[in-house]
Write a protein that binds this ligand. Structure first.
Ligand SMILES: [Zn+2]
Length: 549
């Protein structure tokens, strides 16, 4: 087809929609496709009018135009038909529940393997050091980034990934345990215990005391392994941060408790030991956790050689996982989802904000504190004799003052906390918070920078350096790609139409726009075929994944 005459207007059309293109790759665009055909027709007729100066009669022009449009539309539909996905791929949509599929030697049920690489900042994937994760994402899917919940800490986010809930809903409002390695690596960090206080039970949730941190009453909400278990699905948990049992008494079928410094090869063996189990015992949902990259990020900062080296190691781990599935002919049976909990910011040279300064809390304000929650943001609980309003007003005045670090922090109460953080409605959330911005750190004159790490997280969840990663591969991603290809087929055969999306590094790489990690629960449930009515209520978006299925 002579498409040249249309090129300028086609360009205009594309430019006019570039914002929409950035909105997200895999939006259902069937309707848009129809519009495009219509627009195309209009464009053709407009151009044809220009040619009418050749002396063609109006009716001749209309006839030729109609014929060409007919050819165009016929071509488009033929092309779309030719591009129809093979039935085998579509059958992935209904492959769940008790259905089994053979890998050639054994029967398998649809299986989901979710792996968390702690502290893998979204843009680490652009360093050229993770060829295997990128290869997997090229065959499957990748998101530009995944937005963690606030505070951007390990425990609040691992529990958000499991439950689909914000911190104020799931109750893990500060970091706790699996930064026990902070303490192990750097005992000087002890003053910065990442803990919080539950006024109701009068218990402290203590990050380096496993007994207290694993108490089920701290962990609210229903994790995906509990929902899956209720639906009769066998589950396995390899060190995912969280309790062995929820308050309702539910636990995963198989459970390997947290232990530091476990080699990736051992984790790999464990995962495949589960996958190689006989059908009746084999878990369909496997959750696995790896902390080494976060440890590296804290110890030497996100730009360090150690982070880059560790990134290579976890990338190799991803490759071996993927290859293990390929070798077993399971890539059309097992969905593998790589996620992280948060990113990592360079905090090697922070501006220190001394909260015991006279125009901040002052020494008397510090003495009036009953408990400080969290880190790097600080939740303040004053003792019952102290005048909380007085100290709050002092802090608010300091924020408005000419202190040179005044722009480096914010002071919030539960009433003024930014709504987008969903971090107010829980009694475990302290009444007053000082939240530092990136490149700032709260401390006292006595403490100084003792125990501070070269990298840290916990800041505003809209900061790109706090964003986590999402890479998926398996029957899910193949369905998404096939559906996407068939949707764009109507015009893509005729025009140099590019796949919608934020960005595509190659024609094969679909990159989903940034989404919130509270959507992951819904995705895993959908993949496992858990019915809508069996799912727990979450803070995720109703129908969020529908457009991808
Ligand atoms: Zn973490």
């Amino acid at each position: 087809m002579a498409s040249n005459p249309f090129t300028p207007k086609y360009r205009e059309y594309v430019q006019g929609h570039s914002a929409e293109e950035r909105e997200g790759l895999l939006h259902s665009d069937q309707d848009n496709d129809n519009n495009k055909v219509e627009s195309e027709g209009r464009i053709y007729i407009d151009n044809d009018k220009d040619e009418s100066s050749d002396g063609w009669s109006r009716s001749k022009i209309i006839k030729v135009a109609s014929a060409l449009i007919a050819i165009l539309v016929f071509g488009a539909f033929t092309r779309a038909l030719l591009r129809s996905p093979p039935p085998r791929t579509y059958s992935n949509l209904g492959f769940h529940g008790d259905l089994v599929r053979s890998n050639g030697t054994h029967d398998f049920k649809r299986t989901v393997l979710i792996v968390s690489i702690d502290g893998l900042r979204a843009d680490y994937l652009d360093r050229g050091l993770t060829p295997h994760l990128l290869d997997i994402s090229k065959e499957g899917l990748r998101a530009k980034s995944m937005m963690p919940v606030f505070p951007t800490l390990t425990f609040p986010n691992h529990w958000a990934l499991m439950t689909g809930l914000h911190a104020e809903s799931h109750g893990i409002i500060a970091n706790v345990i699996i930064c026990p390695f902070h303490y192990v690596l750097n005992p000087a960090e002890q003053p910065f215990l990442q803990n919080f206080w539950d006024p109701k039970t009068k218990q402290e949730f203590h990050y380096n005391k496993i007994d207290s941190a694993w108490k089920s009453e701290f962990w609210l909400g229903e994790p995906m392994w509990e929902t899956a278990g209720k639906a009769g699905i066998i589950t396995a948990n390899l060190m995912w941060p969280g309790p062995p049992k929820t308050t309702s008494g539910a636990s995963s079928t198989y459970f390997v408790p947290w232990q530091d410094k476990v080699a990736l090869s051992i984790k790999l063996d464990k995962i495949f030991e589960w996958i190689d189990m006989p059908l009746e015992e084999r878990p369909q949902l496997i959750m696995a956790y790896e902390p080494s990259l976060d440890q590296a990020g804290h110890a030497t900062g996100p730009m360090s050689a150690r982070v880059n080296r560790t990134l290579g190691e976890v990338d190799l781990f991803a490759k071996q996982l993927h290859l293990g599935l390929v070798e077993r002919n399971l890539t059309d049976i097992v969905d593998i989802i790589f996620v992280s909990d948060h990113g990592m910011a360079d905090t090697a040279h922070p501006t220190l904000i001394y909260i015991d300064d006279e125009d901040m809390l002052g020494m008397d304000g510090l003495a009036a504190l009953e408990h400080e929650d969290g880190w790097p943001a600080m939740g303040l609980r004053f003792n019952s004799l102290a005048n909380e309003t007085y100290y709050l007003n002092k802090l608010l005045r300091a924020k408005e003052s000419s202190r040179k670090d005044a722009e480096g922090f914010d002071v919030y109460t539960k009433e003024t906390m930014p709504e987008r953080w969903h971090f107010a409605h829980h009694e475990r959330i302290a009444p007053v918070w000082i939240v530092p911005k990136l490149h700032y750190a709260l401390t006292t004159r006595e403490q100084g920078d003792v125990g501070m790490t070269k990298g840290n997280h916990g800041y505003d969840n809209t900061e790109p350096s706090m964003h986590a990663m999402f890479v998926a591969h398996g029957p899910f991603s193949s369905v998404v790609k096939t559906l996407q290809a068939s949707r764009k087929g109507i015009v893509s055969g005729l025009l140099p139409w590019k796949t919608k999306g934020w960005h595509s590094t190659s024609d094969d790489t679909y990159i989903i726009d940034t989404f919130r990690n509270v959507e992951i629960y819904g995705l895993v449930m959908k993949l496992l075929g858990v019915e809508e009515g069996q799912m727990a209520r979450t803070n995720g978006t109703v129908g969020f994944w529908d457009k991808y299925f």
